[in-house]
Write a protein that binds this ligand. Sequence first.
Ligand SMILES: Cc1cc2nc3c(=O)[nH]c(=O)nc-3n(C[C@H](O)[C@H](O)[C@H](O)COP(=O)(O)OP(=O)(O)OC[C@H]3O[C@@H](n4cnc5c(N)ncnc54)[C@H](O)[C@@H]3O)c2cc1C
Length: 311
Amino acid sequence: MISGPANAASRKAILALAESPRLDTLVRKHGMRLGAARFVAGESLDQLVPVLRRLNEQGLLTNTTLLGEHVHTPDESRAVVRAYREILDRIAAESLKTNVALKLTHLGLDLDEQLAYENVSTLIEHAARLGNFVRMDMEESRWVDATLRIYQRLREAGHENTGTVLQSYLYRTEADLESMLDLKPNLRFVKGAYLEPPDMAYPDKADVDAAYARLVERSLRDGGFTAIATHDEQLIDHAIAFAEREGIPRERFQFQMLYGVRPQLQLDLVKRGFAVLVATPFGPDWYRYLMRRLAERPANTFFFLKNLVRG
Ligand SMILES: Cc1cc2nc3c(=O)[nH]c(=O)nc-3n(C[C@H](O)[C@H](O)[C@H](O)COP(=O)(O)OP(=O)(O)OC[C@H]3O[C@@H](n4cnc5c(N)ncnc54)[C@H](O)[C@@H]3O)c2cc1C
């Protein structure tokens, strides 16, 4: 989330470019070399593992995501399930402190909700056998109902090693949180990364931030586990002060940030004794992910374009 009309316009333009297949082809050809590597930990599992190990050695927890979204056939979604099984096996074999965060559209949500449910259940069961955890990211607002339904079904089926995400920019989110509290949910809170219309989401950053603080307070006080996923130092300080005032034990929350964003802040929080997880995605399909990171901070785009022009 960024503020000001100029920034809002840049964000909109960059997010629109995220849907351009021509730019995807161009950027993908050179992008890793020119700057995407700042945000993406390689294109293969072999490139990912040493990055995760280095982060773990610095005292940081990690998660990983095989980048990609929106598959076209059930078979494609099952190939993604196989890839995630391999990732979970590799994490176990390498004894990494890494869990998995995935997108339900990558597991077929826009083909069939039941297919996505079965695919994610398979992975959660596999993760449970390995003592691991799977979080379902939150995507565009049209997927919120289905994602929350799937989370509820999984919990009712007895799966404890799973969590999901709530976005503070959506007007609906505070009511969603209230309706989930009985489950003692494991929730990651984010501001929200997609382009949403003003009838769904707060257009002003100040409102998004205020909602974020309220959501985190509510979850810390009455929820299950709270993952505070932001690089916003004011909101991080607010959460720490609230947790201390209310006597919330540190095992009940953690901070989460993105690979390549505010690395010093990540380490400073570890030094202060807080759990910090670095979301560390990988895979050849990194174009849309990169565009969302550029949209969050247009200065990143200038850096990237400068490198592109220099070749
Ligand atoms: C671990 C994690 C998981 C996420 N999962 C989801 C999800 O499932 N669904 C979803 O919609 N969104 C997700 N997001 C993205 C989120 O919604 C925001 O778009 C993103 O975190 C930027 O918002 P912010 O909270 O950092 O605050 P902002 O107010 O945008 O930024 C605060 C400060 O952080 C720094 N900063 C923020 N972003 C960047 C960047 N890209 N590059 C450099 N500096 C930056 C800047 O210094 C900025 O001033 C996730 C974010 C994190 C950290």
